[in-house]
Design a binder for this molecule. Structure first.
Ligand SMILES: [Zn+2]
Length: 366
């Protein structure tokens, strides 16, 4: 799938004539997002585009309410003062949804990744979840202070680039064209991606994630994972990269939603952790997680490992046991450098990642 990546910013692709305008517009916006307020002349210098082209694109962005004129640059007295441009308070928002947790979470997120409005609804199974998504989108849309750029949805499971959920055992979905259905019902551009991949992107872009190498495990109703190497989230030829929740850790264990027995998520998912709060049981889950993580970390040479989920379940015996197991099951060189940490659910990585994904797909800005 196409992912939002920092490396993507440096990528030089062959620009088709019809795409040139969109590409140039994205370049202007990228510099305004990254560099803050600047003049038309600054933008021409930043992008390598002509002053005429920049003025033309800025006129369009002003008309669309995405950019605004902020007045003249202070402190310069000679010559004609340059008018500064910045991102407008009227810029559109993204409606972002997170299907990974115990409840369905949604938010209106601005183009900087700030959550303006949030709401939630009960989760369900199968078609109920689709209905809940559509209802929550309508509530968020009604509550949104501004025009909506599009909808971004982070869902568990294997998702293709067109937003078809190929398989999501916990939701009871197979070959569900979620993006098309939500777009048809709302009339809004809709982009769907794997929840853990979006969280991984967000932790790298907005959090403390190591852009060179990050392994992020999402712990919600199920267990997912995202792998980022050299600024890119990996999807792999099967599009299933990071799906560590369904690695079997106990062949005699409980039956999993995927049909196998003893998958990691049968003990690590939030419902299982809530069922057994005994510190010894939590430590055993942590040891198994560490055993699953160690070959991945060792193979990929990753130092930054993040567990993303409810802090009260993860911090303590589970985290300690995960660190300990990992430290003893990899090369000493790796063990001395790898760091396992938790990120709190309140950081809303899936929602922020979904918003960033829509910004990228609709505006070309990473
Ligand atoms: Zn499974």
């Amino acid at each position: 799938m196409t992912q939002v990546t920092r490396a993507g910013r440096r990528a030089v692709g062959k620009v088709l004539p019809g795409d040139a305008r969109r590409h140039h517009r994205a370049a202007v916006l990228q510099h305004l997002f990254d560099g803050g307020p600047r003049s038309r002349a600054d933008l021409a210098r930043d992008t390598g585009l002509t002053r005429v082209t920049v003025s033309d694109l800025v006129a369009e962005l002003l008309a669309d309410g995405i950019v605004t004129e902020l007045g003249t640059r202070p402190g310069i007295r000679q010559g004609k003062p340059a008018t500064m441009l910045g991102l407008a308070g009227t810029a559109p928002v993204v409606l972002a949804l997170d299907l990974s947790g115990e409840v369905l979470r949604g938010a209106a997120v601005d183009l900087h990744g700030t959550i303006l409005v949030s709401d939630e609804a009960p989760m369900g199974h199968g078609e109920q979840v689709v209905e809940a998504v559509l209802a929550l989108v309508e509530r968020l849309r009604a509550a949104s202070p501004r025009r909506v750029l599009g909808i971004g949805i982070g869902t568990p499971g294997i998702v293709d680039a067109a937003g078809v959920v190929l398989q999501a055992p916990n939701l009871g979905w197979a070959d569900l064209d979620l993006a098309r259905r939500v777009k048809a019902a709302t009339g809004l551009p809709t982009h769907v991606a794997n929840d853990a991949n979006l969280a991984t992107t967000a932790e790298s872009a907005f959090g403390a994630g190591d852009e060179a190498g990050l392994l992020l495990v999402t712990i919600g109703q199920g267990v997912g994972g995202g792998v980022l190497i050299d600024g890119r989230v990996l999807s792999g030829p099967l599009l299933s990269s990071g799906e560590i929740g369904h690695v079997v850790v106990d062949p005699e264990g409980a039956t999993c939603g995927c049909g196998n027995r003893g998958c990691l998520e049968t003990t690590l998912a939030v419902p299982a952790l809530r069922r057994d709060a005994d510190p010894a049981a939590r430590a055993e889950v942590g040891r198994r997680l560490g055993s699953v993580l160690s070959p991945i970390v060792t193979t990929l040479g990753i130092a930054d490992v993040v567990l993303y989920g409810p802090a009260e379940l993860l911090d303590g015996p589970l985290l300690e046991a995960t660190r300990e197991a990992l430290a003893h099951q990899t090369l000493p060189f790796v063990a001395q450098r790898v760091h396992v940490r938790t990120v709190r659910l309140e950081d809303e990585l899936v929602l922020k990642g979904a918003a960033a994904y829509v910004r990228y797909r609709e505006m070309g800005v990473v």
